[in-house]
Write a new protein. Structure first.
Lengths: 837, 109
């Protein structure tokens, strides 16, 4: 019988309330006369048969009732659904970003067996035999591939494009295990010098440049003036690494193509079958500790050789950031739930008499609870549906400010896992905010209602104050970043990058650079012109040299830059000692250098370093005596305002010419935008020389700060939104309190209490919740701010007085809003109140 | 009035039993068992599930009258057939008759 009773409990509440007793009674009668096992099995099969029909029938009945009830309070319902929808939508959007960046399966065969090496060993520079020997040493690997990414000029019959190109070993596609869309991957011999004239192109390029015409297979394309035959087209979502558009098997034949800039070669590999990543890591560490000069001995721990799983390598940059964003979203979601909880508590309290009538008419407690639960879940499912629209908006903004690194990481909403997440969050929210009304409807617990409401308010205030405080900290740090002294100016400066690689000017870049500067200098509105090889704020890579310095026994790594005379004055870099380069510092004159303060400090100080020859380290072979220092400039931040300044050695462009440079042009104040004029002048000088990234220096600074900017904006939105929700909560709680205590207020007023005393009474009830929430936020804000370091590395814990001011402002706002709401007490007429009662 | 095709065999039997007069749930079951020589043996849940459905469709209704407490359990609930229920039972019987006639042209009855 016990088992049967449990089965009976599984029926929907309405059916149980109506027929439970009759069914049990009949079952008991049959229990005595019929085989018991048969009866139990029959009861089970009937439950399975009837449950869906009965549940659906009761659900539709509840849903219709819910629709009628909520329609009477359209505005309140709409506000509740919209605020929760917004919170669910933003969480779904952020989850979609997390899902696509961190969890979507990579378009490779058994991606968890792929590893990436971060080290500076040199098999790539010593050829194929060296790589094979390296692989033999690392016997836990089944295959190894090299790759380096660069940008090249692609010339087709109809156009010229600058495309991301990857130079790899021939086994690249087979190692990754990615099938091609059409055509074939590279053959093993095609990585040998003289046979490397084949290329695989991306599906995007195939569509964009060749109109999706499969006849491109077998056609020749020209990359930096070198011909290659297209043998394959990659799968549609494949653009690894670095959004590649073309792959060439030239890893051991890199000299074949003239290129601009520095291209690092990376190593990736596939682990042997059956070997775990942990076992492979210890095997790798054993090899690394056994070998001398494995890595970059001068550069310390940061450059220690490391083996990462390919997934970690792809996601390491933004994993923490998206999780913290998600925590912010979760806080907003909690606040929205607390708001709805409060709203529903009030709504169900108002409907208590209706529930009593229904109970008298025979509806059991569980039937009423089922109704409440259905209402809550329907409300949150509706919010979930609306949330999908907000989620779509969120991923649009996310794609704009935080674009995915690869095509296969495109943010999507209509994807199984993301939709499941939305559904689950909606259901959980529904259950969460139905919990309070359900629990408090139990006998004897209604006295907890005010306490629970005040606790909800305190939690809300704490969370929203934390979000606000953190968004303000982040915003403050961002503003500081804009104000930080970069060591150069970005205003009124235009920039354009020029590459002479594989052009008729590649051997005379310095001469071309001088011609360009002369032509630009003649333009109206131009005040100063200079050029540099790796422009601060924009260069993804740079050259470096290792120097022996006086203050350290270990050699020191320094950034190498090359500039033309006039560059320092164009960008406003300040010379603190010595002189700038002049036209006399040419290729065959004495080798000279300017260093920055950081380098000068390492090598004896500003006064002593002038006139001294720099000593290059012999780690990578004897490099001969270094250049003579002729000047010292103020420190500058090469990688951007969030990064510090590194020791830097600057050489004259004439003495260290590259086959590319970035032009910097300072315009006179009030001059209109010169970008178009600069572009046309450069094109008229030599139309075959590619010019790209014609941007103002300020635009480059904004690009460097785009992500911190985005995060500040998002957190500020979270803070403002949650604060708004909290104020609405506080305001409505106050309104409700006034309504409930109207009679008491009337009596107090009749007994001589002044309106101010009555207002103070209400304020005194609500203030503890406000104060507790804000105090908790004040204490937790330091801890919470420590997580924000992933957005802006220079962020500091907000000072106490600053936090206290923000908390005081929030407290004053809350008190003012409560005080404002209680102004109706001023008009309170005791006689009318008591008569109405 | 609902179409006769909505009636399950059990619902049809319930209507047939109620055509004889008011009955409570367990009595309905006993009558069905007797009429079908135990071939149709609904458990209590299925029985009341069908009663619930017939009530919702308006084919039966709950009777207010109760027998003498000495003769029967006061907690038992009695049901009676409505005019719609009678019409539905007739329509179902008609449908079956037509079906049997139709089948007679193909198989020996």
């Amino acid at each position: 019988m016990w088992l049967f009773r449990q089965l009976l409990r599984l029926y929907p509440a309405g059916f149980r309330a109506e027929y439970g007793t009759a069914i049990e009674q009949q079952f008991r009668e049959e229990w005595a006369t019929q085989p018991r096992l048969f009866l139990l099995l029959q009861a089970l099969s009937e439950l399975l048969l009837l449950w869906p029909q009965l549940t659906w029938a009761e659900f539709t009945q509840d849903a219709k009732y819910c629709w009628r009830t909520w329609r009477k309070r359209t505005l309140v319902t709409l506000l509740a659904v919209l605020s929760l929808g917004m919170a669910i939508g933003v969480s779904t959007g952020v989850y979609s970003v997390i899902d696509s960046l961190l969890y979507r399966s990579l378009p490779f065969r058994e991606p968890d067996r792929l590893v990436h090496f971060r080290s500076y060993f040199a098999p790539a520079f010593e050829g194929r035999a060296s790589l094979l020997a390296w692989k033999t040493d690392h016997n836990f690997l089944s295959d190894v591939a090299l790759f380096s990414a660069t940008e090249l000029n692609l010339t087709t019959q109809s156009s010229s494009l600058r495309v991301k190109t990857v130079e790899t070993t021939a086994n690249f596609f087979t190692l990754l295990g990615t099938p091609l869309h059409i055509g074939r991957a590279f053959l093993p011999d095609e990585e040998l010098k003289g046979k490397t004239n084949v290329a695989v192109i991306s599906h995007g390029l195939y569509q964009q440049a060749f109109g999706g015409d499969a006849r491109v297979l077998g056609q020749k394309i020209i990359l930096n003036q070198q011909p290659f035959t297209v043998v394959g087209i990659a799968a549609p979502s494949f653009d690894y690494p670095d959004n590649a558009a073309i792959w060439l098997p030239t890893a051991f034949d890199q000299d074949r193509i003239q290129k601009s800039g520095v291209n690092s070669t990376y190593t990736m590999a596939r682990l042997k079958d059956g070997l775990s990543f942990a076992a492979a890591t210890s095997a790798f560490e054993a090899v690394a500790s056994r070998k001398k000069n494995y890595g970059f001995p001068a550069a310390g721990e940061a450059y220690k050789p490391r083996m990462l799983s390919l997934r970690d390598e792809i996601t390491v940059e933004y994993r923490d950031a998206v999780w913290i964003l998600f925590a912010g979203v979760a806080a907003v979601l909690l606040i929205a739930c607390a708001n709805l909880s409060h709203l529903l508590l009030s709504r169900f309290a108002e409907r208590e008499s209706e529930f009593r009538i229904r109970a008298w008419l025979g509806a059991g407690t569980s039937r009423i609870h089922q109704q409440i639960l259905t209402e809550c879940i329907l409300l949150s499912l509706a919010a979930g549906l609306i949330g999908l629209a907000f989620a779509w908006l969120t991923i649009k903004i996310g794609t704009h400010y935080y674009p995915p690194q690869f095509a296969f990481q495109r943010y999507e909403i209509l994807e199984g896992r993301v939709l499941l997440f939305t559904f689950a969050v909606s259901m959980i929210c529904g259950l969460c905010f139905s919990l309070a009304p359900l629990l408090l409807r139990r006998e004897g617990r209604s006295r907890w209602t005010p306490r629970l409401r005040l606790s909800l308010l305190a939690v809300q205030i704490c969370l929203s104050a934390l979000l606000t405080l953190n968004s303000l900290s982040l915003g403050r740090s961002l503003l500081d970043l804009y104000k930080v002294d970069l060591g150069y100016k970005t205003e009124q400066i235009h920039t354009a990058t020029i590459s002479t690689a594989a052009t008729t000017r590649s051997d005379s870049t310095n001469l071309y650079c001088e011609q360009v500067m002369e032509a630009i200098q003649r333009l109206p509105g131009v005040e100063a012109v200079g050029a540099i090889d790796f422009l601060p704020l924009s260069a993804k890579s740079f050259m470096a040299g290792i120097y022996k310095v006086q203050t350290k026994t270990e050699p020191e790594l320094a950034i190498h830059l090359a500039i033309t005379p006039g560059f320092l004055s164009t960008v406003g870099a300040q010379l603190v000692a010595g002189r700038d380069f002049t036209a006399a510092d040419r290729l065959k004159s004495n080798e000279v250098a300017i260093v920055n303060e950081s380098f000068a400090r390492l090598d004896g100080g500003i006064d002593k370093i002038l006139g001294r020859k720099l000593k290059m380290s012999k780690t990578f072979g004897d490099q001969g005596p270094g250049p003579t220092v002729i000047g010292v400039i103020k420190d500058f931040r090469f990688a951007g305002p969030a990064e510090g300044s590194n020791a830097t050695v600057i050489r004259p462009f004439a003495q260290k010419p590259q086959n590319f440079f970035t032009l910097t042009v300072r315009s006179k104040r009030g001059t209109p935008d010169l970008s178009g004029l600069i572009h046309s002048t450069l094109n008229s000088l030599d139309p075959k020389i590619p010019v790209y990234d014609v941007l103002t220096f300020t635009e480059r600074l904004n690009r460097a700060l785009a992500r911190p900017n985005f995060f500040s904006l998002v957190l500020f939105f979270f803070g403002a939104f949650s604060l708004l929700l909290t104020l609405i909560h506080g305001y409505s709680l106050c309104a409700q309190m006034l309504e409930q205590r109207r009679r008491e207020m009337g009596i107090r007023s009749a007994l001589g209490a002044t309106p101010s005393e009555l207002r103070w009474l209400i304020l005194r009830n609500l203030l503890p919740a406000v104060v507790t929430g804000l105090a908790a936020a004040f204490l937790l804000s330091t801890w919470a701010a420590s997580f924000l370091v992933v957005f802006v590395s220079s962020i500091s814990t907000p000072p106490t007085e600053w936090r206290a001011t923000v908390v005081a402002i929030l407290a004053a706002t809350a008190a003012a809003s409560i005080w404002l709401k209680t102004r109706s007490l001023l008009k309170l007429s005791p006689a009318e109140t008591l008569r109405a009662d | 009035m609902p179409e006769s095709k909505d009636l399950s065999p059990l619902a049809f039997h319930l209507l047939l039993s109620l055509l004889q007069g008011e009955r409570h749930g367990y009595a309905l079951k006993r009558e069905i068992l007797a009429r079908t020589q135990n071939k149709l043996n609904p458990g209590p849940s299925l029985l009341y599930g069908n009663i619930n459905r017939l009530l919702e469709q308006g084919l039966i209704e709950e009777s207010e009258e109760r027998p003498d407490p000495h003769l029967d359990d006061q907690r038992r609930r009695y049901y009676r057939i409505t005019p719609d229920g009678i019409a539905a039972a007739q329509a179902e019987a008609q449908r079956m008759q037509t079906l049997v006639k139709l089948a007679g042209a193909y198989v020996a009855l």
